[in-house]
Write a protein that binds this ligand. Structure first.
Ligand SMILES: Cc1cc2nc3c(=O)[nH]c(=O)nc-3n(C[C@H](O)[C@H](O)[C@H](O)COP(=O)(O)OP(=O)(O)OC[C@H]3O[C@@H](n4cnc5c(N)ncnc54)[C@H](O)[C@@H]3O)c2cc1C
Length: 311
């Protein structure tokens, strides 16, 4: 039994580990670097048995080493299409990549998801010049400065905490009446002296100013709270307004939700035979590392139960 895993994030790596434990040949196809979101997240929080401040990149590194040591094959490529045709005699799933096409007995789609942009005037023009979608990557450039975080969910709160350690003031701008993150994150954000929370607040636009090199850099964020408009001086704005699925575009014959994620049953089967989806690639109400890892184990166990008898 040969399983191809599209995407080498926490979920994909975990699935590969279990695939080897069950005696399958396993290939991971990863377009960037194994680790996925772990590589641009500071801490892998809420992973049972790990300290809350476990560096996520170290967790990813350890998992990748474990998976490589188990004999999983890694391919560097971008999966563009996954298709299963039960009529094909020998190989039942076709995995089309940018550089080559693979055939396998099953494919586990673990491509994660993608950030949403907010569509705020000035966002596109100032992207990379103050507008960022990753505080862990770009936050250190704004050490000691005042910055804004747009959003109030888990990612926004997590990244606001990171920024509050290195920036002077972090303004968290939320459309809602309260933070929507899980309680542990909410309480930590509320306890930080240099985080200022702005609720019922709509971001109207981002403004830049030309620096000495002739480039636009961010200068301020314009907001509306109720009927009042204000301007906050900020060197950067970190946008965390949610994420959207990308897996539906890759396995387009499988059923998907309105968010672009594949729909699975409790055993991680999609609507198409031999195609599974796990982690943030599937319609999943708890997108956390531990759930992605569990999804991988469940998918592999189902493959073992269903297909090894006639393999
Ligand atoms: C800012 C932030 C902080 C978070 N903090 C935590 C936390 O502390 N604790 C926690 O439990 N969860 C946290 N999460 C959630 C966690 O990141 C996700 O649950 C987890 O990353 C999902 O793993 P995944 O493997 O499904 O997807 P990902 O980690 O997104 O991995 C998907 C992989 O697939 C690759 N890929 C994508 N498309 C293709 C393609 N077409 N071909 C080949 N490869 C492809 C990507 O490069 C990536 O490596 C956080 C999320 C964010 C955004």
């Amino acid at each position: 039994m040969h399983v191809v895993i599209a995407g080498g994030g926490f979920a994909g790596l975990s699935a590969a580990l279990y695939a080897r434990l069950y005696g399958f040949d396993a290939t991971i196809i990863e377009e960037l670097a194994p680790g996925g979101r772990c590589l641009d997240t500071r801490h892998a929080r809420f992973v049972p048995g790990l300290p809350v401040d476990a560096p996520a990149s170290e967790v990813a590194e350890r998992l990748e080493t474990q998976v490589r040591d188990m004999g999983v094959v890694f391919m560097s490529d971008r999966v563009t299409h996954v298709h299963s045709d039960p009529g094909e005699p020998d190989t039942r799933v076709r995995i089309v990549c940018e550089q080559e096409t693979l055939h396998a007995d099953a494919c586990i789609v673990a491509v994660g998801d993608a950030r949403r942009t907010a569509g705020i005037p000035g966002e596109e023009a100032l992207r990379g010049r103050g507008v960022s979608y990753c505080a862990t990557c770009d936050g250190p450039l704004f050490r000691g400065r005042d910055v804004c975080v747009i959003g109030g969910g888990d990612s926004a709160c997590d990244e606001a905490l990171f920024l509050s350690d290195i920036c002077q003031t972090v303004h968290v701008l939320c459309r809602s009446r309260d933070l929507t993150a899980m309680p542990a994150l909410r309480e930590e954000v509320q306890s930080r002296q240099n985080i200022r929370l702005h609720f019922n607040t709509e971001v109207r636009s981002f403004s830049g100013v030309e620096n000495s090199m002739g480039f636009q850099t961010m200068e301020s964020v314009h907001i509306r709270s109720g009927s009042e408009e204000h301007t906050i001086a900020a060197a950067a704005a970190f946008v965390f307004v949610g994420r959207q699925g990308i897996s539906a575009g890759i396995a387009d014959t499988c059923e998907s939700d309105t968010d672009g994620r594949l729909i699975t049953d409790a055993r991680m089967r999609t609507s198409i035979e031999r195609i599974y989806a796990i982690g943030s690639a599937r319609s999943n109400p708890v997108p956390q590392f531990v759930v992605g890892a569990a999804d991988g184990a469940i998918a592999v166990r189902d493959l073992y139960d269903r297909y090894t008898a006639d393999a």
